[in-house]
Design a protein around this ligand. Sequence first.
Ligand SMILES: [Fe+2]
Length: 199
Amino acid sequence: MPGLVPDAVFFDHLANRRFVAGNFIRRPDQLDYLQEPDVFHDVFGHVPLLADPVYADYMQAYGEGGLRSLRFGALHKLARLYWYTVEFGLIEEAGELRLFGAGIVSSHGESRFALDDPSPNRIAFDLLRVMRTNYRIDDYQQSYFVIPSFEALLKATVETDFAPVYAALEGLEDVAADAVLPQDRLFTRGTQAYARDRR
Ligand SMILES: [Fe+2]
């Protein structure tokens, strides 16, 4: 997440095809989860995908969109798109779900959880849905969104005029991190047992 560098600086780097990485590394007791992005998260989780040209275009488009979102006061809505794709995204490939979000990839525990645990929802990606949905920063996600391909993700981002999206979002309520909506296309309806047990 943007967080350790100011948002506008982070987006400007992305828009210019640069990626900033943390300069510290987690402690042994933080192996599975920490909130701040350390160098392991950034270099192991994010950097490999930047070599994929389509994904790199998405990151650039996100940076450009991020700069625009600041003018709309809509950063927290757009941040959900980053969270549920770049950090915690799943992708359907060869009929299977796979990980690509760096926040999952850099956590052994969440890697297993996101793919195999019955607890979280796994929901087909929909731009507006994602941008309405709250997320957890303190624990594993309660819902994951599944993209069909990086091409589809890039297309949904660059072909969308976000001004009307932000306007539409004004009239829509936020969706809880564990919620399932009637219009959702579900891969898995989660039991949410993990989140319940952790309370
Ligand atoms: Fe990250």
